[in-house]
Design a protein around this ligand. Structure first.
Ligand code: C2O
Ligand code: CU
Length: 566
């Protein structure tokens, strides 16, 4: 079939062979884009077809608006305590905490009025158990794949790394934001199939932060994460301890993820109309889960809470607000504490981004309001009426928001030894409307072109030629955002001319800390500055819209030992 994605990929591969073989840069990309079938300005066709058209009889959909609201309590993913220790693999005589986490098919409650939902989990629910680690304390985790032999979501075998010749069920656990040796990072091709397991070492030589873990198996990570394979991984340190932030029941990890369901409460992952190539470019589920539950409520006391918010969706970005207009403070980003709290009434998070928040309910006793995405309710907060009589209101208030959090020194551009420039591209086949996404016009299997030296600092500059925000994530490292500057996409795509058409904007106040995922805005050049620290070896960087990453918007990079002359 001429219009199949595979044919398109092959055709596209030929077209780009020259550019991919050379050291790519801005100029090569100009000619590449001019020859490519890119259609600037083209919007995605949001496909959400039912299984109708295939031989499967169509099942009725769940209509979330018909469900009772705020009848289920918000589940809090339980912290996992390490009960065992094991010898450190590289340090004789040192015992370190050891966890064993199995991935299994389980049933979980997503709403009071729905039957249990079949999911895949690292525990009993999604998010899975919360892993707690301390800076400086290496930790071992054995990840055991005890999943069924067959997948229950639609695999697209035409995608890279998802062929029919390999096991359908594969997992590769990645701790997003962790600085770990390559063999423990969950490289997409280093997967385990049902019955296998892998023990990974997490050295934890990094600052306190809200990390998370999720599946990363090549070609099916979007299905595995959608099935429920994600959870929180919190790192604490002394600097954070000293701030005396809300702990225990006043600290809430909160993962937001959208899904589609059938009326019987089972997960549905939408498919393209082509049963041979069911991949679709993005999904925007009509149900929004908070810690795995539809429209939950949380009883809170009129005091300060710490909410660690994670966007665990495949594609959907959120614009979070509180329905009563109440302001809150962001104290941390993906990679830990900001220099100082940032007051917000609205917070935008793309997939994989985290925001560490302080919400002060002390002036809201006896009220109810919702956390919403724009105007759409996700969950409800119910603030109890009275403060603890032992503690006067003023005392509660005074354990307030710290004025200073930690020092974050901006890295000067002069610290960078080189700048790499990448285009973020979407190619739409004019007839089939099948799309693929690429980083710098290169495919996953093209030779590794990014080989930063360990200990060096580089600027990475992303030229987003599309209409989408692509959240770009680099494994292993943390980075700072330098700026974002709009450019003329039509000139660039059609006339090979590169011109900025606006001023460079500094990162938003709540982005002025360490990040590991950056929103690359449409028709904008986004620049980050990255110290490559930690380990040598092969890692990946990719768009964190999981549907994009599965269709070639992911590339390897390799950190190499510093060269001798220097
Ligand atoms: Cu959140 Cu490559 O991962
Ligand atoms: Cu993308």
């Amino acid at each position: 079939m001429d219009s199949s994605r595979r044919t398109l990929l092959l055709r596209g591969a030929k077209l780009m062979a020259t550019a991919a073989a050379s050291q790519t840069g801005l100029l090569e990309n100009l000619s590449l884009l001019a020859q490519s079938p890119a259609m600037p300005g083209m919007q995605h066709t949001q496909t959400a077809t039912s299984p109708a058209g295939s031989s499967v009889p169509s099942r009725p959909w769940l209509h979330p608006e018909r469900l009772a609201r705020f009848v289920d309590p918000l589940p809090i993913p339980q912290p996992l305590a390490a009960r065992e220790t094991r010898p450190h693999p590289h340090q004789t005589g040192v015992q370190i905490p050891f966890h064993r986490i199995a991935m299994r098919r389980v049933e979980t409650r997503i709403h009071r009025d729905l039957p249990p939902c079949r999911i895949w989990s690292y525990g009993n629910s999604a998010p899975g158990p919360t892993i707690e680690a301390r800076k400086g304390q290496p930790t071992l985790i054995e990840w055991a794949n005890k999943l069924p032999a067959q997948h229950f979501l639609p695999i697209d075998h035409t995608l890279c790394g998802a062929g029919r010749d390999i096991p359908a069920v594969r997992t590769a656990v990645h701790v997003h934001g962790a600085c770990v040796p390559p063999e423990s990072d969950g490289y997409p091709e280093d997967w385990q199939t049902a019955g296998q397991s892998l023990t990974a070492l997490y050295p934890m030589q990094q600052d306190a932060a809200t990390l998370w873990y999720h599946d990363h198996a090549m070609g099916i990570e979007r299905l595995n994460q959608y099935a429920g394979l994600y959870g929180f991984f919190l790192i604490r340190d002394e600097q954070e301890d000293a701030l005396n932030l809300p702990r225990g029941k006043y600290e809430i990890p909160l993962a937001i993820a959208d899904r589609f369901f059938y009326a019987d409460g089972q997960l549905h992952y939408p498919e393209s109309p082509d049963p041979e190539a069911p991949w679709i470019s993005e999904i925007y589920g009509d149900v929004i889960l908070a810690n795995g539950v539809i429209f939950p409520f949380l009883n809170v006391e009129p005091r300060l809470y710490r909410i660690r918010l994670l966007n665990a969706s495949n594609s959907r970005a959120y614009r979070f607000t509180l329905s009563n207009g109440h302001a809150f403070h962001q104290i941390g980003t993906d990679q830990g504490l900001l220099p100082a709290p940032v007051e917000l009434r609205e917070l935008m998070l793309s997939p994989a981004e985290r925001a560490d928040l302080l919400i002060d309910f002390s002036t809201l006793a006896g009220t109810e309001f919702t956390l919403q995405d724009e105007v759409r309710a996700i969950m409800q907060f119910r603030v109890s009426g009275a403060t603890d009589p032992e503690k006067p209101q003023s005392a509660v208030k005074s354990s307030g928001v710290p004025a200073f959090l930690r020092k974050v020194d901006p890295i000067p551009e002069s610290a960078a030894v080189r700048t790499r420039t990448f285009t973020l591209d979407e190619y739409m086949h004019p007839k089939s409307h099948v799309m693929l996404m690429l980083l710098n016009g290169q495919y996953w299997h093209d030779p590794v072109t990014e080989k930063p030296e360990l200990g060096s600092t580089e600027i990475w500059s992303f030229i987003n030629t599309t209409q989408d925000i692509h959240p770009i994530h680099l494994h292993l490292v943390r980075f700072q955002i330098l700026d974002r500057r709009p450019f003329d996409v039509d000139d660039f795509l059609n006339y090979k001319k590169f011109e900025f058409n606006g001023d460079a904007a500094p990162p938003e106040p709540n982005e002025r800390g360490w990040k590991d995922t950056v929103k690359a805005h449409p028709e904008t050049v986004t620049r980050i500055i990255v110290p490559f620290e930690g380990y040598t070896g092969r890692y990946v960087w990719h768009c964190h819209l999981l549907e994009h990453a599965a269709n070639e918007m992911m590339r390897p990079f390799e950190v190499v030992a510093p060269s001798k002359q220097a």
